[in-house]
Ligand binder design. Structure first.
Ligand code: AMP
Length: 621
């Protein structure tokens, strides 16, 4: 089932009956986000908002009553209420507070450590806290609502793009954001892969080539080297600079004018300097198509020729070429092996950038698709393939549901995420939760819910005869190997003692389409409750762990503490024991935080602090 869309307005030219096979592609960007869908000819189209705009600024503004708006209206609040206007949320996805605290001052709003969630960042607005996953889900929801209005159809399935360098945590966070927005995320696709698909690269399964995707946006630069074989994209290497983009080109122009008019400009108030940067951006864009720019501004003539601009841009462009060379080196690829270069990002419209890229790579440079839209368009192509609308195209075999094991408190720890390409082999390390633990139960589940009790149990085995070691010391590697027929082999091995055990689970796919649909729908409907329950269990686990750690700490280090400190810590431990019984997440996390702060001076004193060691690493029952 395909839907006819008016390309200019993005609206339906004719109502089509509801069908199940509509899947949208979403470019969830740092600055702007876009949503696209393939039309009835399989051609991807950006879905416009009611004003005809294609790009939705990835900005959320919160009002005092905690209601919020997303997009251009939110952006307009940036000047008047910066603390409640959130941008660049993508930079926070899957990041811990420790990762981000150094650059906190580059954000206009505040974020804190989320003690409830492995030290991840959470954002504070009007005394309410939001995780980057929740905030991204607000942006996704806004895009979906916009698309539903334009298409007059319900949207429940999507492909979402992420940078190629995103790690597992960042990808999982993006997937969770989709789920919270009520979407079934069929696949997370790398942005460079999507951009290539928009040009049709990789759609011919006989094609075998190595390509470069050069992405120069407003604030960041990324270069990816991809190998395409049999319709499979493999990222060979990525390099980039998170602080190199169009903004730097604007600054270079503004700096030049500042130098020219140093004396005159000194008298101007600070806001005027910002104006200068905006005019610099205008000049830059103008010079992409013209040879001179002139503007009268506060009695000064701001002028710049294309040649002058290119001189200013040269060092910045050179940096991108140097990074491209480094990416090729990392990939172990000679430049002559690159057959195609795909251009992404608004700044690739600069002729000097295009020339430099084409001279350096000496390959076909694809730049005729709008570089702001190319990623979303490619995501829509991938979405159309996954929707089953392009029978001519190879649809890679993927795992239909996530596979994982049960961890402490009955939580599902996903090892092979759903839609992973098969065959696949993924391993993860675990440890024990009790001193001298001899056996470790590995129970394998399939499904999308956060608690194993809601998922489907595939099998279980016990890794026995572990040599006695303190909790947290054994290194147990659990490897899931899934072959093309869906046969899953689970191997567990204690690395220090070489104890190992293996089971084969007949078919991870032995499930009907209806059952699978039910499981997926359940996971979407229960996303919020599941996440809350997961956080409660994680708080309980952390509380119990801390109680054990305090006990050990006291028995090993009591001589290092004053009586007062000893009593203080014992008292807090008792309180924590009580709280763990009553099971209130917020109070437990509050007390854990307090104890950590209270215990800091002693832990510093005790060189071989067991507290620190016992608190790190995941535990399996
Ligand atoms: P993106 O982050 O991909 O949306 O790219 C935004 C950047 O592209 C901004 O720095 C814009 O100033 C820049 N840009 C957009 N259009 C042009 C143009 N025609 N010439 C030069 N730069 C442009």
């Amino acid at each position: 089932m395909k839907i006819p869309i008016d390309i200019k307005t993005g609206s339906l030219t004719q109502m089509s009956p509801l069908s199940q096979d509509l899947v949208v592609g979403i470019d969830l960007g740092t600055t702007n986000s876009l949503i696209a869908v393939a039309d009835n000819e399989g051609k991807p189209q950006i879905i416009r908002d009611y004003k005809g705009k294609t790009m939705v600024p990835s900005i959320i503004h919160f009002f005092e009553d905690n209601s919020y708006i997303v997009g251009i209206e939110a952006k307009h609040q940036m000047g008047s209420d910066p603390k409640a206007t959130l941008y660049s949320i993508k930079r926070l996805m899957g990041k811990s507070f420790q990762d981000m605290k150094e650059i906190q001052n580059t954000f206009g709003y505040t974020f804190l450590e989320n003690y409830e969630d492995e030290g991840l960042v959470r954002v504070n607005v009007n005394n309410k806290f939001y995780t980057p996953v929740e905030l991204s889900s607000f942006i996704l929801k806004a895009l979906v609502i916009q698309a539903e209005a334009a298409l007059d159809r319900k949207i429940s399935r999507a492909v979402i793009t992420v940078p190629a360098y995103f790690n597992d945590a960042q990808r999982q966070a993006t997937r969770d954001a989709g789920k919270l927005a009520g979407l079934d995320v069929l696949r997370i696709v790398n942005e460079p892969t999507a951009a290539s698909l928009a040009y049709g690269l990789g759609l011919d399964r006989n094609m075998e080539e190595t390509i470069a995707v050069y992405d120069l946006g407003g604030g960041t630069f990324d270069i990816s080297i991809l190998r395409i074989e049999n319709g499979i994209f493999e990222v060979l290497s990525t390099k980039g600079d998170t602080f190199l983009g169009g903004d730097d080109f604007d600054l270079a122009i503004a700096e030049k004018w500042k130098n020219t008019y140093r004396n005159e400009l000194q008298l101007l108030p600070l806001e005027k300097w910002y104006e200068l940067k905006w005019i610099a951006e205008e000049a830059k864009i103008h010079l992409s198509q013209n040879t001179v720019f002139t503007r009268l501004w506060n009695g000064l003539t701001l002028s710049l020729s294309k040649i002058e601009a290119e001189e200013l841009f040269q060092p910045l462009i050179f940096k991108t070429i140097e990074l491209s060379a480094a990416a090729l080196r990392d990939a172990g690829i000679a430049i002559t092996e690159i057959s195609n270069v795909v251009m992404v990002g608004g700044s690739t419209r600069i002729p000097a950038v295009k020339n430099a890229v084409s001279q350096y790579f000496q390959a076909k440079v694809h730049d005729d698709v709008n570089p702001d839209e190319v990623v979303a368009l490619g995501a829509a192509v991938q979405a159309d393939i996954l929707a089953g609308n392009r029978k001519d195209l190879l649809l890679l075999d993927v795992t239909p549901l996530s596979l994982g094991i049960e961890t402490l408190g009955g939580l599902m720890d996903v090892i092979v995420p759903r839609n992973t390409k098969v065959p696949a082999r993924i391993g993860r390390n675990y440890t024990t939760s009790k001193d001298g633990q001899k056996n470790l139960a590995i129970t394998v589940y399939q499904g999308e819910r956060d608690l194993v009790k809601h998922n489907r149990k595939l099998g279980a085995f016990i890794l026995s005869n572990l040599p006695p070691m303190p909790a947290g010391l054994p290194k147990i590697e659990v490897v899931f190997a899934l072959d093309a027929d869906g046969i899953l082999t689970v191997k567990a091995r204690e690395l220090r003692s070489e104890t190992s055990m293996e089971v084969v689970i007949k078919s991870a796919y032995g499930i009907s389409d209806e059952e699978m649909a039910m499981l997926l729908l359940d996971s979407i409907h229960n996303a919020k409750n599941d996440m809350e329950e997961k956080q409660r269990i994680e708080a309980l686990n952390e509380g119990k762990l801390l109680i054990d750690s305090i006990q050990k700490f006291i028995s090993l280090n009591s001589t290092l503490m004053t009586t007062e400190e000893l009593n203080g810590l014992t008292e807090r431990k008792k309180n924590l024991e009580l709280l763990v019984e009553t099971g209130n997440k917020d109070s437990i996390m509050g007390l854990i935080q307090e104890i950590n702060e209270y215990a800091q001076p002693f832990t510093h004193r005790a060189m071989d602090s067991v507290l620190g060691a016992a608190l790190s690493g995941k535990k399996v029952d």
